[in-house]
Ligand binder design. Structure first.
Ligand code: IMP
Ligand code: MG
Length: 177
């Protein structure tokens, strides 16, 4: 079987939306600094693009939590693979994620970060699949709501491939004769 990627959200659309989100987020944190917690690996591409659009002072740290295996199904198990390098107590923390799907990863992560007493804690995601939610997660900033399809690109992978695509696409499996 071969795979083909169909464009769902073009590079131009993604860039335009991130630009808008950058303005909105900068306005919210006006007069303060924001500490971005980027969720590895998928959140990295979005984090970089968003960070470039923020006009308030920004610092960045990374955390890696996993709730997925190497395929497209959730294992339901969340584990910390890499913790933050810096403390977040008393800081304005904005979690930057590629996608909120079942919500399991984020609800675990937000509880974990909340216990470290940040001054504020908000969540920003490039993509949201609301239909798939199994836990209640409050998303403060959403780039795009998408249907229940497995997407790649802009940091998102299928078996560790396609993260580098500059657009968001859907993987389609082609059955050969
Ligand atoms: P959740 O815990 O089910 O919300 O999903 C957490 C993680 O699963 C996301 O941060 C992604 O890394 C991965 N994921 C969920 N949906 C997709 C998708 O459509 N494509 C690629 N990765 C996905
Ligand atoms: Mg992710």
């Amino acid at each position: 079987m071969n795979e083909k990627v169909r464009v769902l959200i073009s590079e131009e659309e993604v860039e335009k939306r991130i630009c808008k989100m950058g303005k909105e987020i900068s306005k919210y944190y006006q007069g303060e600094s924001v500490h971005l917690v980027s969720v590895l690996k998928g959140g990295v591409f979005f984090t970089c693009e968003l960070a470039k659009r923020l006009t308030v002072p920004v610092s960045i740290d990374f955390m890696s939590v996993s709730s997925y295996g190497s395929g497209t199904k959730s294992s339901g198990v969340v584990k910390v693979i890499k913790d933050l390098d810096e403390h977040i107590e008393g800081r304005h923390v904005l979690v930057v994620e590629d996608i909120v799907d079942s919500g399991r990863t984020l609800s675990y992560l937000l509880e974990n970060l909340k216990s470290r007493k940040p001054k504020s804690l908000r969540l920003c995601t490039l993509l949201d699949k609301p239909e798939r939610r199994v836990t209640d997660v409050h998303v403060d900033y959403t780039g795009f709501e998408i249907p229940d399809e497995f997407v790649v690109g802009y940091g998102l992978d299928y078996k560790q491939q396609y993260r580098n695509l500059p657009y968001v696409g859907v993987v389609e499996l082609e059955i050969e004769d």
